[in-house]
Design a protein around this ligand. Structure first.
Ligand code: CTP
Length: 407
């Protein structure tokens, strides 16, 4: 159940940090992907290197140490996690979280997070009983945070009482059963083909025609379909983001390559989701050598590419076919035309001119147009949540066709 789950472990400074190291090791052994953030005080007990070696991932300590120029680390980590675990959680960090303070990498990341959060307090028994700590814990409970209650026993300060961080084995068990509950997978036994990203239509060896698609929406859909248990084939044009774990990634460049790949998987597919921004035109001639500049203007003759979604619609047997419509005006009218013309079951339409929708952003604002005539207008959402909605709709369309999970 823990296999490939993404667990963000936030370690704050208490003597129980050594248990967090053991917990990291056990989670990794159980197949989880673990990323660790250490507070400055935690570093006084165990070095980042220990956690790096155990998690096999780089460790984060400083909000301003941006290792990857393509992302903002605290937002990226917050988005990445399936579960955030603060263990051990000191009274100080609990107080900061309860008050929305964001003064280090852990507290900043947690303000940006939407994943479930678990807090495992560990401190002296009197500190744990202090009304300030109790009040802060109850505030966190109101935020929906869950707690791994400290256990009773010998405390490092010499006292015997409640305050010990729960044993790593027990925490792993709790995480296991959490994901087991979460695991009512809807697409087991189904093959879902997702296309994503832009295509590149070559002019010559150094130039091409393309567009602004980053692949984020398609990759989020592939990840969600995988989470629901599907065998996912992700056919992607050139993008800069990593593929979700466990999907079959096939990299393509041109629309023609994308068409040939999708057609190959079409017979065996239960669902095809065409998120890719396929070029509608390509240069009539692709030159083998770099075209040298001439005096005066240049003209490139373009020809139509194959409309992959249209072709799939023509050959559709019992697949669920989902298309996208990126529009700048007359959203509903154009989306409905695409639904009929391309024989799709669902069109996901967005106005790419609206702030918070479209290329490159982490959010999207979409409206779903179903063949039945139903229209589902969604508010601004993260692309991950939009992906969940799309997969929910796909699941219900499969059920309408009598294709339940495993059938
Ligand atoms: N599509 C495709 N093959 C193409 C072009 C688009 O499969 N050659 C798919 C896209 O993946 C998307 C949908 O068709 O799912 C978009 O519909 P389309 O009518 O092509 O929209 P635009 O490319 O935006 O073109 P236009 O609005 O000019 O018709």
């Amino acid at each position: 159940m823990i296999m490939d789950k993404k667990i963000l472990l936030c370690v704050t400074g208490g003597i129980a940090v050594y248990k967090a190291a053991a917990l990291t090791s056990k989670l990794v052994q159980a197949g989880a992907q673990v990323k660790v953030i250490l507070s400055e005080s935690a570093e006084k007990f165990v070095t980042p290197l220990t956690f790096q070696a155990l998690s096999r991932n780089e460790v984060f300590t400083d909000t301003f140490d941006e290792k990857n120029p393509h992302v903002i680390a605290h937002i990226d980590l917050a988005d990445w996690a399936d579960l955030i675990l603060v263990a051990p959680a000191t009274a100080n960090t609990i107080a900061k979280l309860a008050n929305g303070i964001a003064d280090n990498m852990i507290t900043t990341t947690m303000l940006a997070a939407t994943a479930p959060v678990w807090i495992a307090p560990a401190m002296n028994v009197h500190m744990y009983d202090h009304p300030a700590v109790k009040k802060n814990l109850s505030i966190l409970a109101e935020y929906g945070y869950q707690f791994i209650e400290p256990s009773e026993g010998y405390l490092a300060c010499g006292y015997v009482g409640k305050g010990r961080l729960e044993e790593p084995e027990k925490i792993v068990e709790l995480i296991r059963s959490f994901f087991a509950k979460d695991e009512r997978k809807q697409l087991i036994g189904k093959t879902v083909v997702v296309t994503a990203g832009p295509t590149r239509e070559k002019i010559d060896p150094v130039r091409f025609i393309s567009n602004h698609s980053t692949g984020k929406m398609g990759f989020a859909i592939a990840e969600e379909a995988k989470r629901q248990g599907a065998h996912v084939v992700l056919v992607s044009g050139p993008v800069q983001i990593p593929a979700p774990a466990g999907v079959e990634l096939i990299k393509v460049e041109s629309g023609e390559e994308m068409y040939n790949t999708v057609i190959k998987f079409y017979e065996s597919a239960d669902v095809v989701i065409k998120t890719a921004a396929v070029a509608d035109y390509r240069p009539k001639i692709t030159y083998d050598q770099k075209v040298k500049k001439q005096t005066g203007d240049a003209v490139i003759d373009l020809e139509r590419t194959k409309d992959i979604l249209f072709e799939l619609g023509q050959r559709k047997k019992n697949q669920v076919l989902v298309g996208f419509a990126a529009e700048t005006e007359n959203l509903e009218e154009y989306a409905r035309i695409k639904l009929t013309k391309k024989n799709a079951d669902l069109i996901v339409a967005n106005n790419v001119k609206t702030a918070g929708a479209g290329f490159g952003t982490d959010t999207n604002i979409v409206t779903l147009f179903k063949r039945s005539g139903a229209v589902i207008e969604l508010p601004v959402m993260s692309k991950k949540d939009v992906a969940k909605k799309i997969i929910e709709e796909v699941t219900s369309l499969l059920k309408d066709m009598g294709k339940n999970a495993n059938s």
